[in-house]
Structure formats: C-alpha cells, structure tokens
Write a protein that binds this ligand. Structure first.
Ligand code: DGY
Length: 418
C-alpha cells in the first residue's frame, strides 16, 4: 500500500519536473505549451509538497505578467511555440510579457495563503511582494467583470470551463460568420471527440478578434459586450480568494479595508446565482438575466467560497449518486451530457479538489469522500487532464501538471488505496 503511494508520489513529482520550464510550469507538453494562469496556481500547490521555494517562484512569475490595469492574463507566452493556436500574434496584447487578453479563475489568491500557512517564515517576503498585485487583480475583477456582485466572464476561456453547457445560450447569440480562416492546433494533440466543436471554436476566435480590434482596453470592451455571463467558478474562487487575501493582509499588517467591501458585494452577488429550479448555483447571462439551467461541477463551489447551503448538499448527493469518480462537469441527468467532451461531462481532479476542500472546511463527510474518490481515480487511471466520469477512462492531454498537483496537495494525502 505504502509502496503504491510512494510510486504515485514519485510519478507526480516527475510530471511536475518534466513540465517545469524554469520558474513556470506548462499544463502539458504539446497541447498547452505556455504558462496558464490557474493551471500555474495548481502547479504552485503541487510544488509546495516537495519544493516550497519553487512554489513561490511559480506565483511570482505568474504575477510578473500582470497588466497595468490589474488583470493577470490567462496565458503568458514566455517562448514562441507554433504548436498552439491562438498564439501571441493573434492576441496582440500590450502587457509586460506576451500574453492573452483575458483572465482565469483567481485560485492563486487562495493558494498563496496555503503556501504561507505551510511555512510562514519562507512566505512572509513573497506575500509582502505579491499582496498589492493580488489586491489590484481583485479590484480589476470588481471594476470590469462584476454584475450585481457576481463575477462574469467575457470569454468562455476565462471560466477555465471552455465548452461548458453553461455558455450555450449566450454563445448562440454570437454570429461568427466573419471569423475568417484559421487552423486549430489542439486537434493535432487530442481527438476531436474530446474537444470543443467548430461552432464553439469559431466563437472563441471571434471574441478574440473583437478584443484585439478594441486594443484590449477594458472600458471599451465593457461597451456592448456580446458575451457576459455571471459564472459560479469566478464568483466563488474570487470570494474565497478575497477571504484568504484578507487573512494574509492581517497576518502581515497590510491594508485590507477595500477587500471587506469586495467580499460583501461578492456575497450579495452569489445570491443572484442561486437557481431554485435546479436547487443549485448556476451561471446567469448578465445581458438578459436568464439562468443557464446547468448543473455543473462549478454549481458546487459555494462551500469553497465560504457559503454553506444545506439544500445544495441534497443536490450534490443526487449528482454524485450514479457516478463513481466525483462531480461531473455536467450532471448525467442532463440531455447534453457527453462523457468525453471536455467540460460537458468528464470529471476533473481540480474541480473535485475545490469542491472537496470546501466541503471539508465545513466538516461535511462528502469532502473526505471526494478526496478518497479522486485519489483512487488518479491511482487507477493516471495523471490525465480529465476522465470519463462513468468508468474513469483517461481523456484529453496526458501527464498533466494539475492532476499531478491535485495528487500531491490533496488527493494523495491520507489516501486509503486498499
Ligand atoms: C485552449 O486553448 O483550449 C485553452 O483552454 C484556452 O485557454
């Protein structure tokens, strides 16, 4: 038993090292050859298990790409790689490093707290260095991505849940007829049945072209947004991030007053995402106020954000009941469920972890159960990007940094493999 765990630890560490590009980590070779924002934050957690100084370095490099307006981009293109599309030539951004023009869920705010708690002596300097950049990113969210207190995405890639069913109705309103010719590179690496469809991709690229036309200028982008959807992923990860940033500020005697206001607003915003029809948190189109009617894994991030809603535990139990490996990205009961297609059914270690950590914080037994389930999933099916939620079959990219990190930081800790 211990030997199996040691071998899995060793493989996870090896994946992290293989994907390390010297201070920053790529999600996986080939499919994602740059530094992705939330992947990188998970990488920091993984490194914290065996190299805490390297963990802080990951976050420092991530924040070195922060724009003057406070945004921390979703991709930093440190070195050119023709194997990925759309690259820096398509985005044409103006940050300190070549980057994309959109952001991703701010889990790094909370993971910084975890690194600090593990070793406050080592963490004091990086926290003092990163506190203001982190606070400015929060301010950017509140200024440019906030609607009635909930946090919106302006591109499906911002949520990290690219082709989630949540966005279907909002995406249908975009006519990408003038998107022009482009060549996808993701299909060179992963089978098309596991990736977003061409209809989705046309709209992804169309939104990038719009941002580029407007010079990625936040005030201009905010006018006539064609796609603006309040997202539980963003809302709850930011809520948790603000709580953890307040905690860090208090530890280090740094100013937290504005963060308390942000937290209050986010708590009000979360209420606007409660959809009584599905008895869960849901995405909501800010342009017409319509819920998406989608039970996704992000529907259960409320505990992670710091909200305990008893009704939600009942819904989670129903979603978990028919499947053996944790929270699917779309409930099996949903007619749009597609077990291999990325965020439309597969189970993801990272979301299992965020949901599970939140449940554990509130002492709900489902949290420990999710931890064990995720550990067994990785132990028996490897470090894939995501998994078929029915039988655990690995899907998407292989040797994935964030799955290795989930193992090292959470799922492989106190695992019972017997
Ligand atoms: C991709 O290229 O598929 C990424 O998910 C964008 O972030």
């Amino acid at each position: 038993m211990q030997a199996i765990k040691d071998e899995l630890d060793r493989r996870a560490i090896q994946i992290m090292r293989d994907n390390d590009r010297g201070g920053y980590t790529i999600p996986t070779h080939g499919l994602y050859p740059y530094q992705w924002n939330w992947d990188s934050a998970f990488a920091a957690l993984g490194f914290a298990a065996f190299d805490p100084a390297r963990a802080w370095r990951e976050l420092e490099i991530l924040y070195s790409g922060q724009w003057l307006d406070g945004m921390v981009p979703h991709i930093l293109f440190h070195r050119p790689d023709p194997g990925y599309f759309p690259g820096p030539d398509v985005w044409q951004c103006r940050g300190p490093l070549p980057s994309s023009g959109i952001t991703q869920p701010p889990v790094s705010l909370s993971f910084a707290r975890r690194l600090y708690e593990a070793n406050p002596a080592m963490g004091a300097v990086p926290v003092r260095m990163l506190f203001d950049p982190m606070r400015r990113w929060v301010q950017w969210f509140m200024a440019w991505r906030q609607h009635e207190g909930a946090i919106c995405i302006a591109h499906p890639w911002e949520s990290g849940r690219d082709n989630a069913a949540d966005w279907d109705k909002a995406m249908a309103a975009i006519d990408p007829a003038d998107v022009g010719h482009y060549v996808r590179r993701d299909l060179d690496h992963v089978h098309a049945a596991m990736r977003p469809t061409k209809d989705d991709y046309d709209r992804y690229i169309w939104l990038v072209q719009r941002g580029r036309r407007l010079g990625w200028h936040a005030p201009s982008l905010a006018v006539d947004q064609p796609f603006f959807v309040a997202d539980p992923t963003m809302t709850f990860t930011l809520m948790r991030g603000v709580r953890d940033l307040i905690w860090l500020g208090e530890q280090q005697g740094l100013p937290t007053a504005s963060l308390w206001n942000d937290l209050q607003m986010l708590e009000q915003g979360a209420e606007t995402l409660w959809n009584p029809e599905i008895r869960a948190y849901d995405s909501r189109n800010a342009l017409d106020g319509e819920f998406s009617g989608t039970l996704s894994n992000a529907s259960f991030l409320a505990w992670y954000g710091g909200i305990d809603r008893p009704e939600l535990a009942g819904t989670l139990a129903e979603v978990l009941a028919p499947l053996p490996y944790g929270v699917p990205s779309l409930a099996l009961q949903d007619p749009r469920f597609d077990p291999k297609r990325y965020w439309r059914g597969p189970v993801w270690g990272v979301l299992n972890m965020l949901v599970g950590m939140g449940l554990e914080d509130f002492g709900h037994p489902q949290g420990q159960m999710l931890r064990q389930t995720t550990g067994r999933l990785i132990a028996s099916h490897g470090f894939a990007e995501y998994f078929d939620p029915r039988d655990g079959a690995p899907a998407g990219g292989g040797s994935f940094t964030w799955t290795a990190a989930v193992w090292l930081a959470w799922a492989g800790v106190s695992i019972e493999l017997a």
